[in-house]
Design a protein around this ligand. Structure first.
Ligand SMILES: C[S@@+](CC[C@H](N)C(=O)[O-])C[C@H]1O[C@@H](n2cnc3c(N)ncnc32)[C@H](O)[C@@H]1O
Ligand code: SF4
Length: 344
């Protein structure tokens, strides 16, 4: 088996559109304790849906090995996600091992309800920040979207636990769907304003094939910003770095900032630096990709680190996708992978 010493630094690794590979998202499970209607609707996921068997999942050792190869290829940020990543047994051990890799920013996205139990362990393992998803402060709306018998207070308790464990500033993701929770954007802004947490409004996306997405359900981010600006005046903030997905806005009264992620109305394919490792070890260069590139096979057949690096480099260098920029009636029927599998 090859060693890291045998790897040739290939920086900067760029794709056919000159985009560097910087961010890796790792899905550690395709399962979830929620059934959000825009992600894992019960009508599909509770009916003969084939979740992956344990042997199909990448082991922690395999994930860390792949992540270390990615870091030699220029990846500087890793997000652990899923499905619900806190459902993966001993996920804090994985965080601990990923934390040992040099020069990496490590974060995790969760629906939050397991954070009261997990946040201290995650922080101890080396996690610095979390993103928590919360689509409403109203219990009825929250249940309508997440389709579980839990309350908003369960997620808020998770956010509090993350803060207490030092996993901040916490980003709070709200997917906005017209007619479902779009009337609650100002309430959400009011709640998190001044808290130190950063609320981000996400346009509802046509990921996967199960959520029955329609363009009419999308609330453009500019509409969300206009509504909030009417009540709490805002001003635009410069991006933190090239390729930042969220557009940043700050309250003029100095009480914090919010963000919008406009994947539908203002596609950001041109600066996309993300690659995804699915739960079973397939590489996807786009959230909307129809198929992935298998890494688990080569991993289990004894590929060296140099072999893996060559494979990954090849996938990235051939990357050409820009789905959100060319989204149209013609792309609507393309085969798409579910977000819970590919890693949101
Ligand atoms: C797939 S989830 C995985 C992590 C975790 N279970 C959670 O909900 O935070 C990651 C993010 O994707 C978002 N998401 C899922 N389906 C989406 C869709 N159709 N459009 C926009 N965002 C979506 C979720 O709201 C969440 O913030
Ligand atoms: S968005 Fe997250 S919490 Fe909701 S069903 Fe998907 S994976 Fe689960």
């Amino acid at each position: 088996m090859g060693t890291k010493d045998s790897l040739q630094p290939l920086n900067p690794l760029t794709d056919t559109r000159g985009r560097p590979m910087r961010d890796l998202r790792i899905s550690v499970t395709d399962r979830c304790n929620f059934r959000c209607t825009y992600c894992m609707p019960r009508s599909v996921f509770d009916k003969n849906y084939s979740f992956l068997a344990r042997t199909q999942l990448l082991s922690f050792e395999e994930i860390v090995r792949v992540a270390s190869v990615f870091s030699t290829l220029g990846v500087r940020k890793i997000r652990v996600t899923g499905g619900e990543p806190l459902l993966r047994r001993n996920v804090d051990k994985l965080i601990g091992a990923l934390h040992q890799l040099p020069d990496l920013e490590l974060t995790l996205t969760t629906n939050g309800v397991l954070l009261p139990r997990m946040a201290p362990r995650l922080a101890e393992a080396g996690l610095k920040r979390v993103t928590v998803s919360l689509d409403s402060l109203d219990d009825a709306t929250f249940r309508r979207i997440s389709d579980v018998d839990l309350s908003v207070s369960d997620v808020l308790a998770g956010i509090d636990a993350a803060k207490a464990a030092g996993l901040g500033p916490i980003k709070v993701n709200m997917v906005v769907k017209r007619g479902v929770n779009d009337q609650q954007t100002v309430d959400m802004a009011r709640h998190f304003k001044g808290s130190g947490h950063i609320l981000r409004f996400i346009e509802y996306m046509d990921v996967g094939a199960s959520n029955g997405w329609r363009l009419d359900d999308v609330v453009p981010s500019r509409e969300v910003i206009a509504r909030i600006n009417d009540v709490f005046p805002l001003e635009a903030v410069e991006a933190n770095y090239h390729g930042e997905v969220a557009e940043r806005w700050r309250y003029r009264d100095g009480s914090g900032e919010i963000g919008v992620i406009s994947s539908v109305t203002q596609a950001f394919c041109g600066t996309c630096t993300r690659i995804r490792l699915s739960t079973e070890g397939k590489l996807f260069t786009c959230l909307f990709a129809g198929q992935g590139h298998d890494l688990r096979g080569p991993l289990r057949e004894g590929a060296s680190d140099a072999d893996l690096a060559a494979l990954i480099s090849n996938v990235w260098q051939q990357r050409n996708d820009r789905y959100s920029e060319i989204r149209s009636d013609n792309t609507h029927d393309l085969k798409r992978i579910e977000m819970s599998y590919i890693g949101g």
